[in-house]
Design a protein around this ligand. Structure first.
Ligand SMILES: [Zn+2]
Length: 231
């Protein structure tokens, strides 16, 4: 496992990247990573992700108890705790408000359709949760049915939740979701968005499996769940 100081520096670096990319505004967004001993490092409440120092970060237990740090943890702590509880495999969690992906949810539109091959092979699908008040316990509840099987979610009228084996992977998944939203929006402006057909999905599944990405069966099942006409 990386040293705690290395993780602190990474959290500051990815926080800055998220802010500089416009994936959050002002003091929005939060990041966390598991530490040894059932603890996690998490960003503090009321801080701009672009202005943090490694010593500003807070350590809490995976049961949600404050352990050390100069500031209170983010008010989205319940969302991070619930994610680690449901996903023992996950090491890092990123919550942000990327504008295009967010706009889809405000318009009642989904990004779940299987349209972009690399996204389908990387994510399966990107579901949207039910609405919950931001920073509430309810927010931790609405992810329950989705986070077990997905590495990236749209939180309705709020933002995204992405997970990974480290902060870099969780950050890249955020970047991919926003990019997918931008591509989908452009395609909609230009005309009709056409999902991958059954044959294209099957071939994508074979390639994905060959490269050791997502299993072919998982890709087909996920896309059939979104569009029952497939298969
Ligand atoms: Zn938020």
């Amino acid at each position: 496992m990386d040293s705690e100081w290395h993780i602190r520096r990474q959290m500051v670096e990815f926080g800055k990247r998220i802010y500089d990319k416009g994936f959050v505004a002002a003091t929005d967004g939060n990041l966390s990573q598991r530490l040894s001993g059932d603890r996690m490092l998490i960003t503090p409440s009321g801080f701009c992700l672009g202005e943090m120092q490694p010593t500003d970060l807070t350590i809490v237990s995976l049961a949600g108890r404050f352990l050390t740090g100069p500031h209170k943890p983010t008010s989205e702590l319940p969302l991070h705790l619930a994610t680690y509880r449901h996903r023992p495999d996950v090491q890092a969690v990123v919550h942000a408000h990327p504008p295009t992906a967010n706009a889809f949810s405000f318009a009642g539109e989904s990004l779940e359709q299987c349209v972009i091959p690399e996204v389908v092979a990387g994510f399966g699908t990107i579901p949207t949760t039910c609405y919950a008040t931001p920073s509430s316990e309810e927010g931790a509840e609405v992810i329950r049915d989705f986070i077990r099987d997905h590495d990236g979610l749209i939180l309705q009228r709020h933002g995204t939740l992405t997970v990974g084996a480290d902060l870099r992977e969780a950050y890249f998944r955020l970047e991919k979701i926003e990019h997918a939203a931008q591509i989908t929006l452009m395609a909609r402006i230009l005309g009709k968005v056409i999902p991958l057909n059954e044959d294209e999905l099957r071939r994508l599944g074979e390639t994905s499996e060959r490269h050791g990405w997502r299993p072919a069966g998982a890709i087909l099942d996920a896309c059939r769940a979104v569009d029952p006409s497939k298969g």
